[in-house]
Design a protein around this ligand. Structure first.
Ligand code: ADP
Length: 248
């Protein structure tokens, strides 16, 4: 039994690839309702950490616990998504030949096939949920456009909207600002802050303007473990963090 009520708890987690410790004694607690930004130089272990949380990679050692009780190391990727952990990958996977609305409809239908979800008649409640989602992701005006015609940033928002319709308690987001314009980057920070009002969010990102806009606690990873934690100003003035980023 654990003495904390974190939504996500990693304790002494390690994983090696061919003898190289990509994650090395990693400890991390995300509080319920928290937004957390994860930063760190290339190779720090950020992607591997996300892979461990979502069941894509199994740790060699350590505990990965969801909501103080669920041992995530016992489940696979599909099961972990169903338990309530949504992951947004860097590359959008929206279906370009369907409209924005149809993509959301499909996400809402969950396990139904694309074809089944398109002939399924939406209840008023479902339609309202999708319309609220469209407003959240700033795509109300674009509902009937083909997803393939959206800008890169809009596709990312659509994908986030699709994930939200599966109602995850914890949303993991991999480099959402990559390839976005400055304006899209700031809108994405606002979107994640809005989403964080109802669920916990963990974001991996390199863009410091974006991290600053999130205004959340920051964890710096380095060589597979936590180097520093605090506000962005605190970690940016930490000498060890400065040395790591400058390659000293
Ligand atoms: P980040 O996302 O912070 O850039 P990664 O988690 O991708 O870091 O990688 C951490 C380290 O683990 C890197 O040195 C990387 O080369 C190594 N690594 C990651 N995945 C694998 C794998 N499947 N096989 C071998 N090495 C890997």
């Amino acid at each position: 039994h654990l003495d904390n009520n974190g939504i996500l708890y990693l304790s002494s987690v390690s994983v090696s690839f061919d003898g190289f410790k990509a994650i090395n004694n990693l400890n991390l607690i995300i509080e319920p309702g928290e937004m957390r930004a994860i930063i760190g130089p290339n190779g720090a272990g950020k992607t591997t950490m996300m892979d461990i949380i979502t069941g894509k990679t199994r740790p060699d050692e350590g505990d990965v616990i969801f909501k103080s009780k669920v041992d995530l190391t016992k489940y696979d990727e599909v099961q972990i998504a169903n338990i309530g952990i949504g992951r947004k990958f860097q590359k959008p996977t929206v279906i370009e030949t369907l409209t924005v609305f149809e993509n959301l409809e499909m996400a809402m239908a969950g396990r139904r096939t694309v074809w089944q979800s398109l002939i399924h008649k939406l209840s008023n409640e479902d339609t309202q949920k999708i319309n609220e989602n469209l407003a959240l992701i700033n795509l109300s005006e674009d509902a009937q456009r083909l997803a393939g015609d959206l800008s890169h940033g809009q596709k990312q928002w659509l994908e986030i909207g699709m994930l939200i319709l599966t109602e995850p308690e914890l949303l993991l987001v991999d480099e959402p600002a990559a390839g976005m314009t400055d304006e899209e980057t700031m809108k994405t920070a606002e979107l994640l802050k809005e989403i964080n009002k109802t669920r916990s969010v963990v974001v991996v990102e390199h863009d410091m303007d974006f991290i600053r806009a999130l205004n959340s606690k920051v964890t710096v990873l380095h060589e597979g473990h936590v180097l520093a934690e605090g506000t962005l100003d605190q970690v940016q003035s930490n000498q060890q963090v400065i040395d790591v980023y400058l390659g000293r």
